[in-house]
Design a protein. Structure first.
Length: 148
């Protein structure tokens, strides 16, 4: 991935490359173009590898430390005195099967959609972690939360 970045300095590098026996600026530029294409393919394939599997909320505990999309119905939304918002999925606290945790600093906390989300099916994407024996995903961006 560094080669395309290095190719930004084409003017200086191509002057150096021209001095090498049997080389031309055109072949150096072709090399940069090929490297950029390969880097883009590697980047896109890693993005596809990060796409999340969709799992039901009651199976989330079996996928700890995995990147996934957890789907379920919001039973209760609760905001603590410290500003943490919890989307309890499957049942109300403490019997929820999964929690979407929105920290106070998250811009998602200010979304108007949170006020009418109870009873709706949601998809929450992120790394599944365990907190107090319950699976959860920290929601830091609106793109992690989809309401159906």
């Amino acid at each position: 991935m560094l080669l395309p970045v290095i190719c930004i300095y084409v003017d200086d590098a191509s002057r150096f490359y021209d001095r090498l026996p049997g080389r031309s600026t055109m072949s150096f530029l072709s090399l940069c173009k090929t490297a950029s294409t390969i880097s883009a393919a590697v980047f896109l394939s890693s993005a596809v590898a990060q796409s999340a599997a969709i799992i039901p909320a009651n199976e989330a505990a079996a996928h700890v430390n995995e990147w996934a999309t957890v789907e379920g119905v919001v039973a209760k939304v609760f905001t603590s005195k410290s500003g943490n918002t919890f989307l309890n999925i499957g049942a109300t606290y403490p019997n929820q099967t999964f929690t979407g945790w929105i920290p106070p600093a998250s811009p998602v906390n200010k979304l108007p959609i949170l006020s009418g989300i109870e009873g709706k099916r949601v998809k929450i994407t992120g790394r599944i972690e365990i907190y107090k024996d319950k699976p959860e995903i920290r929601i830091n961006a609106a793109s992690q939360l989809e309401v159906k």
